[in-house]
Design a protein around this ligand. Structure first.
Ligand code: NIG
Ligand code: FE
Length: 402
C-alpha cells in the first residue's frame, strides 16, 4: 500500500483535513535517480524489466518522516540531570542552579568541531535508520559567536556528507550565558549584531529561533531578535509556551513565524492568534514524556481548524530521543491524535514547518525519493499501536536504499 499520496499543491493539512490520509492499495512506485517518477495501480503496471525492483507485498510505503525541530548537534549528555529529576528536582530548578542549557554549553564550548561532528553524526545516522528523511537542527548550545558558528558548521557539514535535507536554525537566544548574567541587553546586542552578521556572511542559518520563556527571553526580547533576524533573511521559528503563556505566540505570528513550537500551555488567545496565519503549531510529545510536563492540547488545536506538526525536539536535556516513530505513537496515545492525524503531522506538516513542502512530506511525482518501507503489518494504524517495536523494514533516501 502507498500512503500519503498528495498533489504538489498541498503544502500542509489543517483541521478536519488531517483525518484523511490518501492511499493506494495494490500499488507500484517508480523512483528515478533521487525523485519519485510515477506510481499507480498494479493492474496497470508498466514494463519494468531492466529496472531494479523491490517486492513490498504486505508492506506499507510512506514518505519519510520530516522532523522539523531538533537540537541534534550537542556535546556529551545530561544523564546526571535525568537522575536528579528522578530524585525530585524539577527541570527549572536544575537550570536555575547552572545545569540545563548552560551545562550543555560548557561541554560544547570545550569540544572541538571534529569531535562534535563525530558525536552528532552518530545521532543523525541513527535517526535516518528510524525513517527521518528531512530534519531541522538548531544551534543554541554555543552561546558565544565562535561556538554558535561551530554548531551550525557541523549541521551544514552533516547535510553535505549524508546528502540529507538539513535546515539550520540560529538559536543564540536559548539561554543567557553566565558572562551576561547581569547584562541581558549586552547579550541581545551580541545576538542581533556580531552573531547574526557572521552567521549570515557564511550562510550558516536558514531560520532564527528564541526560547521565549520566564527566566530566558521575554516577548519584547523575542520581537527584537526576530526583527533583527528578518534583516539578515532568517525567518522566525520560536520556542513558546513550554511552561508559561506570555503572549509569545501572537508575537511570533506578528513576525510571520514559520512555526511556533512546544505549546504545552496554550490559551484561547494563542489559538485565535494562529487562526488565519501561515504559522505552523508544532508539538513535541517526547519532551512532554521525558520531562513529565503537560502535552500540547493537540485536540484543541486541530478542532479549531488549525494544522499541527509533530517533531522530536532531539536534545540532551528535554528529549534525548530523535525517534519520530515514538513521537507519532506518543501523539496518538497521549494527545488523542488519530493515526491519520499523527502521520500527517509527522510528514507533510513537518515538511511545511521547515519550508520543504515542495519536495518532501508526501508521495508526489517530482518530490524527493525518500520513503519508509514498513515490515509486513496489518495496517498503518499498527505503527503507533505497536509503539515499542521497530516496524520499519527499509528506508530509501534520495532514491538509495540505506
Ligand atoms: O526545546 N526549551 C528549550 N530548549 C530545549 C531544551 C534545552 C535543554 O534542556 O537542553 C527544548 O526543550
Ligand atoms: Fe527545542
Amino acid at each position: 500500500m502507498l500512503l500519503q499520496i498528495r498533489p504538489l499543491t498541498t503544502q500542509k493539512v489543517s483541521g478536519s483535513q488531517m483525518k484523511e490520509l490518501p492511499k493506494l492499495k495494490d500499488a507500484w512506485l517508480l523512483l528515478e535517480d533521487d525523485v519519485i517518477h510515477s506510481f499507480g495501480q498494479m493492474s496497470e503496471i508498466p514494463d519494468l524489466k531492466d529496472l531494479k525492483t523491490l517486492d513490498c507485498s504486505g508492506k506499507i510505503v510512506l514518505p519519510s518522516w520530516c522532523d522539523s525541530h531538533t537540537h541534534l548537534v550537542y556535546a556529551g549528555n545530561r544523564e546526571q540531570e535525568f537522575v536528579d529529576r528522578i530524585n525530585g528536582l524539577s527541570y527549572q530548578e536544575i537550570a536555575a542552579s547552572g545545569g540545563g542549557i548552560i551545562n550543555s554549553a560548557k561541554k560544547l564550548q570545550a569540544t572541538s568541531q571534529e569531535e562534535l561532528f563525530a558525536q552528532s553524526e552518530k545521532r543523525l545516522q541513527e535517526v535516518i535508520q528510524l525513517g527521518t528523511g528531512a530534519i531541522e537542527i538548531k544551534s543554541g548550545y554555543g552561546l558565544t559567536t565562535e561556538s554558535e558558528m561551530k554548531m551550525l558548521r557541523v549541521a551544514r557539514e552533516l547535510g553535505a556528507k549524508h546528502n540529507i535535507a538539513i535546515k539550520t536554525t540560529f538559536l543564540g537566544a536559548h539561554a543567557i550565558p553566565p558572562e551576561f548574567k547581569n547584562n541581558k541587553e549586552g547579550y541581545l546586542d551580541l545576538i542581533c549584531g556580531e552573531m547574526m552578521e557572521q552567521i549570515a556572511s557564511e550562510n550558516l542559518a536558514d531560520y532564527v529561533d528564541v526560547f521565549c520563556e520566564q527566566g530566558y527571553f521575554s516577548v519584547a526580547d523575542t520581537n527584537k531578535i526576530l526583527q533583527a533576524g528578518k534583516k539578515f533573511g532568517f525567518r522566525a521559528k520560536t520556542h513558546v509556551n513550554q511552561f508559561t503563556a506570555m503572549g509569545g505566540v501572537a508575537e511570533s505570528v506578528k513576525n510571520q513565524a514559520l512555526s511556533v513550537d512546544h505549546l504545552e500551555v496554550l490559551t484561547k488567545e494563542d489559538i485565535t492568534a494562529l487562526q488565519d496565519s501561515q504559522t505552523m503549531p508544532v508539538a513535541l510529545p517526547l519532551c512532554s514524556f521525558f520531562l513529565s510536563i503537560p502535552y500540547t492540547p493537540a485536540r484543541a488545536v486541530i478542532d479549531a481548524g488549525l494544522p499541527l506538526a509533530l517533531a522530536t525536539d532531539y536534545n540532551p536535556g528535554s528529549s534525548p530521543s530523535g525517534n519520530m516513530n515514538l513521537a507519532v505513537a506518543t501523539a496518538c496515545i497521549k494527545m488523542k491524535l488519530s493515526p491519520e492525524e499523527a502521520i500527517n503531522a509527522a510528514t507533510i506538516n513537518g515538511a511545511y514547518a521547515m519550508g520543504l513542502s515542495d519536495s518532501y512530506g508526501s508521495i508526489t511525482v517530482g518530490k524527493k525519493a525518500n520513503v519508509i518501507i514498513t515490515k509486513e503489518i496489518p495496517s498503518y494504524g499498527y505503527l503507533p499501536y505497536a509503539f515499542g517495536s521497530t516496524n520499519i523494514d527499509q528506508v530509501i533516501l534520495n532514491g538509495k536504499l540505506i
